[in-house]
Design a protein around this ligand. Structure first.
Ligand code: C2E
Ligand code: MG
Ligand code: MG
Length: 628
């Protein structure tokens, strides 16, 4: 809408002063012509009414002088004429006999007093009007009466009319001018505001996306002309959403403003800083000597954002991931530079966030594969390319199988098997994790129930759940449907969630976890120890199990630090009345150590890698639980 209004305004730009004067003059001329026409019409009206007046009077006087004429009584005729002095406009009146000779005459003097009979010319003067009326009696012509009126009064009236018209015209012109200039001022103000909105972000006062595109185009044009180098930095805040959701949108706005101020403090005047929307910022550096210089600036920006933010009474921690792209090294156009810098930014995010990454050619290949994966993933469910593998979870001391974890695999028609670590993040990004996650839940529950029906021992079934699924309001009914469809007892299903999922939005996570526990399913925290969960939340979350992350299991028991951490997690879990599962157990000594430290269950290649259902049952039936 704003674009449309701007377009309209720029097409009807403020009239330049000279044109404004010209248009005022032409309006004035038009008004004057209208005034002149009105005046002529008024003159004609006045003359016409005077003529009618004279005609009426001539007829009346004519009727009165019939007798005087018939009896040739000049005196009587003159007396009748004298009576006309009451009429201001009549300057002279003459009665002519049938031969055209003057019979009686009366002329009004300037003082209007005494009648002085005198002869008047037959033709009226210029400022006079004459009316003649034939006097007859029953068809016999007796003579003629001629009345001469002065136009003096008419001219005075006309002059008053003209003056009034001129004053009215002048006042209308002034009013019109005032109205027009008032409108001009408003239009100008609106135009300035629209211009601001079109180019600036109102929250941070930085250039917006529109201005960014313009500026980047200019920078690239200059770089092509002068052979200089442009660096583009794209910054994306890593955990802005958490701040926005937990501290509110106002705090989020304050944080964005502060980020903008920090960026500006670190940059030079010639650099262009923009907010592209949401938590994305862009910086254009012109005349940058080399890529290293751009990296130095990017590093400074990433560091300045990582410092804590004071929002009201709270402290917030936000980091940024930054992509760096160079023109002409990394792209041949503005659009490609943005695209490749964006790829570098995603790379920085994937590499652990809070860093800056320079674009490299091979990133493009990765991005292309990602696009490929995203396209293929949409069809994977339909084409039945997804499959669940199962990995046993053991009670090591009793040498018993306790449960299985369902792990997703994708048989890609071209790329072969693709691991979940690669395609689950893509599925999360494009929302496909919702239908895929529902399929996993259904299939895992059906499989567990099917094993039950085959008369096997009842074991638990663990299913991994993504952040997006937990946020989905339908998730509860998806879980309930999977349970009722498979008739699996709810306590046999365990959902694995990571700490970061739960900490992203503690309040709504708590609500969702309670509802899931209400269904009777078990909950466990996966990869425990790698995220940040606060002890107080851990106590409040209605969970059953902690899964010790594989990184703490590696090199046990030799690695003293890992030994300490895994023992601490086991102790913590038991204090909170939770079970523990260790993941990634590959050696017997790891298993011995963990088991003697009190870990309840173990999972890892020592027992079996994840297997397709048919191989899993074979492994189960063999009963040789330790892999050789
Ligand atoms: P996770 O839930 O922590 O799964 C454990 C991962 O460790 C699995 O990788 C498993 O194959 C691997 N692993 C098991 N034992 C050993 C061992 O002894 N040594 C080593 N080095 N690795 C072992 P996988 O199957 O590639 O899955 C990776 C991650 O993908 C899983 O981590 C899980 O977070 C996610 N994932 C898998 N399936 C699903 C799914 O259906 N839905 C969701 N949302 N995520 C899934
Ligand atoms: Mg898991
Ligand atoms: Mg894990």
């Amino acid at each position: 809408v704003i674009k449309g209004i701007r377009h309209f305004l720029s097409a009807h730009r403020r009239v330049p002063v000279r044109r404004e004067i010209l248009s005022l003059i032409s309006v004035g001329i038009a008004l004057l012509i209208a005034g002149a026409l009105l005046t002529s019409f008024q003159y004609w009206l006045l003359r016409d009414s005077l003529r009618q007046d004279l005609s009426v009077q001539a007829r009346i006087v004519g009727d009165h002088v019939q007798a005087a004429l018939a009896f040739q009584d000049k005196k009587a005729a003159e007396e009748i004429l004298v009576a006309l002095r009451a009429s201001e406009s009549i300057a002279a009146s003459t009665i002519l006999d049938t031969d055209g000779n003057v019979f009686a005459h009366y002329e009004q003097k300037a003082d209007g007093a005494t009648p002085v009979p005198a002869l008047r010319a037959a033709r009226p003067r210029r400022e006079e009007m004459q009316v003649e009326h034939v006097i007859d009696y029953r068809g016999t012509r007796l003579g003629t009466i001629r009345l001469t009126a002065s136009l003096h009064q008419t001219y005075i009236r006309l002059a008053v009319f003209v003056a009034a018209t001129l004053v009215t015209l002048a006042m209308s012109m002034i009013l019109a001018k005032l109205l027009v200039s008032g409108t001009h001022k408003n239009v100008k103000r609106a135009e300035e505001r629209l211009d601001y909105l079109a180019h600036f972000d109102p929250i941070t006062n930085l250039y917006n996306r529109h201005a960014f595109n313009e500026r980047l185009d200019f920078a690239i044009e200059r770089s092509q002309r002068f052979g200089s180098r442009v660096a583009l930095l794209l910054l994306d805040l890593d955990n802005f959403k958490t701040v926005n959701d937990t501290l509110g949108h106002q705090a989020g706005d304050v944080l964005l403003k502060t980020v903008a101020q920090r960026l500006l403090l670190k940059l030079r005047r010639g650099d262009t800083t923009c907010r592209l929307g949401g938590d994305e910022f862009a910086v254009i550096l012109e005349n940058i000597p080399d890529g290293h210089q751009a990296e130095v600036v990017a590093q400074k920006l990433v560091e300045c954002i990582a410092a804590p933010f004071k929002l009201d009474s709270q402290e917030a921690f936000v980091t940024a991931s930054c992509g760096i792209g160079l023109f002409p090294e990394h792209a041949d156009s503005a659009a490609n530079l943005i695209r490749n810098t964006d790829i570098a930014m995603y790379h920085a995010k994937e590499a652990g966030k809070n860093i800056a990454a320079m674009f490299r050619g091979e990133m493009n290949k990765k991005a292309a594969r990602r696009i490929d994966i995203e396209g293929g993933l949409r069809l994977a469910l339909e084409r039945d390319e997804l499959e669940l593998y199962f990995q046993p979870k053991m009670d090591f001391r009793r040498k018993r199988l306790m449960g299985a974890e369902a792990l997703l695999r994708w048989r890609h028609p071209e790329h072969g098997f693709i691991g979940p670590a690669e395609f689950i993040p893509v599925a999360e990004d494009c929302g496909l994790i919702i239908p895929i996650g529902a399929w996993v839940l259904r299939t895992a529950c059906m499989q567990a129930a099917a094993w039950n029906r085959e008369g096997r021992d009842a074991i638990g079934m663990s299913v991994n759940v993504s952040a997006l699924q937990i946020k989905d309001p339908e998730f509860i009914s998806i879980v309930a449907d999977a349970l009722s469809l498979s008739a699996l007892p709810p306590h046999r299903l365990e959902l694995e969630l990571t700490e970061s999922i739960l900490m992203e939005d503690v309040q709504s996570s708590l609500v969702m976890l309670r509802r899931l526990r209400g269904l009777g399913v078990h909950l466990s925290i996966d990869d425990f120890g790698t995220g940040f969960s606060s002890m107080s939340y851990l106590k409040r979350f209605p969970i059953n199990t902690l899964k010790i992350d594989q990184s703490f299991v590696a090199d046990l028991p030799a690695d003293k630090e890992n030994a300490g951490i895994s023992q601490a997690i086991i102790a913590l879990a038991h204090t909170l009345n939770l079970k523990t599962v260790a993941e990634g157990v590959e050696t017997a000594s790891q298993a011995e150590f963990l088991s003697s430290s009190g870990c309840d269950y173990l999972q890892g290649y020592l027992f079996s890698p994840p297997l397709p259902a048919s191989q899993f049952t074979k492994w189960w039936d063999k009963g040789e639980y330790i892999a050789s």
